[in-house]
Design a protein around this ligand. Structure first.
Ligand code: FE
Length: 182
């Protein structure tokens, strides 16, 4: 009987030891996962190239999650200086996404060489990719183009574009993310 009890105690200790090791590993795994999540959170947890649902965030949150230059254009309707953006004369084949939220906006198929100094497209990727808003700022009437998902400012649209639409989406490079065609 004593031998049996001794054997059970040893088995119990062994099990406890295994469980403790498993718990330790699980804890380590959880910590690793948390670190990864925190890293993403510190950047932009709302950025998605697949979620097309409306994104409404406070100005404070936008300011926290966006790079300063992107925030200035997207949320404060700023404009980058002509001929300074990385896409105004860029000819890569692929898709352009909103740099603030990841919404798909344009394809390189609709991009054309414009002498205006900003990346120009003759049509948006989808009907709801962008929104159009009357803009009477700076003593003139223009049509502002905003992101269809996050309402962030992208640029303006003009009627001096090439066929087939005759439109020129005059965008800011800083609020565009380009992904090359695979
Ligand atoms: Fe957006």
């Amino acid at each position: 009987m004593k031998k049996l009890l001794g054997f059970m105690v040893i088995c119990g200790l062994a099990l406890h030891s295994c469980q403790a090791q498993a718990n330790k590993e699980a804890s380590t795994a959880t910590q690793k996962t948390t670190v990864v999540k925190d890293t993403v959170t510190n950047q932009n947890p709302y950025y998605s190239r697949t979620d097309t649902s409306k994104l409404v965030l406070s100005d404070t949150t936008w300011k926290r999650i966006l790079p300063a230059q992107v925030y200035q254009i997207s949320r404060k309707k700023g404009t980058e200086r002509a001929f300074t953006g990385k896409y105004w004369d860029f000819e890569g084949l692929g898709t352009y996404y909103c740099a603030a939220c990841g919404n798909a906006l344009f394809t390189s198929d609709a991009k054309f060489a414009s002498s205006c100094g900003w990346p120009s497209f003759y049509e948006a990727l989808r009907h709801k990719s962008v929104l159009y808003i009357d803009d009477h700022s700076h003593g003139m009437h223009r049509i502002e183009v905003t992101c269809g998902r996050c309402d962030g400012h992208l640029g303006h649209i003009f009627d001096d574009g090439p066929p087939p639409t005759g439109k020129r989406f005059c965008m800011n490079s800083l609020v565009l993310d380009f992904e090359p065609k695979k």
